[in-house]
Design a protein around this ligand. Structure first.
Ligand SMILES: Cc1ncc(COP(=O)(O)O)c(C=O)c1O
Length: 409
């Protein structure tokens, strides 16, 4: 086999389908988010852009308390953790962060991982592989990291229709009442921005003797009186067996975690390969994340401003009839429905308007539902919003795209 030819032809196929991904090479300016220098901007000339697709939803990656905590930890402890959590990598900053996270979710314990992806992979992988006879019931639109964890566990799995309680109940009822079961789902689904019926899923879990695993990656920091997520907002945290989250989105840093009972966390700590055999996150990262979590437990200003900005963008899109999914979350998917036009709009926004929104094409979303996923933040100004909407309006006309409103699914 000619290996290089093989790689090239696979990439050519992606390009032909309009699905080849290119990176924008950004350099964020400290304290000036959402502005960043794009090093490979139009015609490869570097220039400033306004980021409208970041998952640093609240701008906490630039928050003075987070930066101060990271500087302090770096000066206090140095750069890296120095090992896996078992072999010299458990630092005081890791332990403090785990306590902060357990408290955030009202659980006995929390366990850190190197990312949200790894927390899902390792936890679902370990529970599925180690609990004899476990069936994992997984929502059809669960994130790749959950799917991969379930797949690697080799546990029996049942995929239930997205957010469909009737289908979930039918699948639960078909299993013996005493057989171990785990329902795995997300709160805010990041591509459509819809929200799971958590209370009703917990009711089914109680009725059919199942554990629950909730991914709150797109909700932690953003919802609930202390930023504990949708389950906190709906006073459901105590009904969930495992709450999983990330430190890389609304908390602005990086890393992932689960919060659960002391026994479950200790079980995953003791058996999960993805926890045991990898270097712990740097203490400065843990300290920065802890500062973000701590700040958002008491400050509601960021959440209130975030909500207001999301409402501004939606109202202005509605005023000009640009189709977006009318969901109950902070994610605004503006629907283009064509991979080539989606990429063209994204490229033109960057080149002619200094606006960066990555196109979301297949396989991240189903073909025909290509979109621009807009994530307003408290640090976008009213002028940023006006500029965005005016640019989208002119491109909608240029691309002859339909104008209408799309109901949430
Ligand atoms: C639902 C969901 N879970 C988990 C992850 C992974 O989190 P992280 O980016 O911290 O690896 C993502 C990432 O986008 C996600 O969307």
């Amino acid at each position: 086999m000619n290996y290089q030819d093989f790689f090239q032809s696979a990439l050519d196929q992606l390009r032909d389908a309009g699905n080849y991904r290119e990176f924008a090479e950004l350099e964020r300016h400290r304290g000036a988010f959402p502005t960043a220098l794009c090093h490979n901007g139009p015609n490869d000339t570097p220039g400033d852009v306004t980021i409208w697709c970041s998952n640093d939803y609240l701008g906490m990656g630039q928050h003075p308390k987070v930066l101060a905590a990271m500087h302090n930890a770096l000066d206090r402890t140095g750069a890296g953790a120095g090992g896996t959590r078992n072999i010299s990598g458990t630092t005081h900053d890791h332990v403090l962060l785990e306590a902060e996270l357990a408290n955030l979710h009202g659980k006995e314990a929390a366990l850190l991982f190197t990312s949200g992806y790894v927390s899902n992979l390792a936890t679902l992988g370990t529970l599925g592989a180690r609990i004899p006879g476990l069936t994992i019931l997984s929502d059809a639109l669960n994130h790749a990291s959950m799917i991969e964890g379930i797949r690697q566990s080799r546990a029996a799995r049942q995929i239930w229709k997205h957010n469909d309680l009737v289908d979930l109940e039918a699948k639960l009822a078909a299993l013996p009442l005493n057989a171990p079961k785990l329902i795995a789902f997300e709160s805010v689904y990041s591509m459509d921005g819809d929200i799971a019926p958590i209370a009703e899923i917990c009711d089914l879990a109680d009725r059919y003797n199942a554990m629950t695993y909730l991914d709150e990656v797109h909700a932690v920091g953003l919802y609930g009186p202390r930023g504990g997520g949708i389950a906190e907002r709906e006073r459901l945290m105590d009904r969930l067996t495992v709450i999983e989250g990330t430190l890389g989105k609304a908390f602005g840093v990086m890393g992932g975690y689960i919060a659960a009972s002391a026994e479950l966390c200790d079980f995953v700590r003791s058996f999960a390969s993805g926890f045991i055999f990898t270097t712990a996150i740097p203490p400065a990262v843990a300290a920065g994340a802890a500062a973000a979590v701590r700040h958002l437990k008491t400050s509601i200003a960021e959440r209130a401003e975030h909500k207001a900005r999301v409402a501004d963008v939606r109202a202005q899109l509605d005023a000009i009839g640009l189709p977006h999914i009318d969901n109950p979350s902070h994610i605004i998917p503006v629907m283009v429905g064509d991979p080539v036009k989606c990429k063209f709009i994204s490229d033109t926004l960057l080149r002619d308007h200094g606006i960066y929104i990555q196109p979301i094409n297949y396989p991240t979303v189903p073909a025909g539902t290509e979109r621009l996923r807009i994530t307003p933040s408290p640090v976008h100004s009213a002028a940023d919003v006006d500029h965005l909407v005016a640019a989208l309006e002119s491109l909608w006309t240029q691309c002859q795209l339909a104008r209408r409103s799309i109901a949430a699914q």
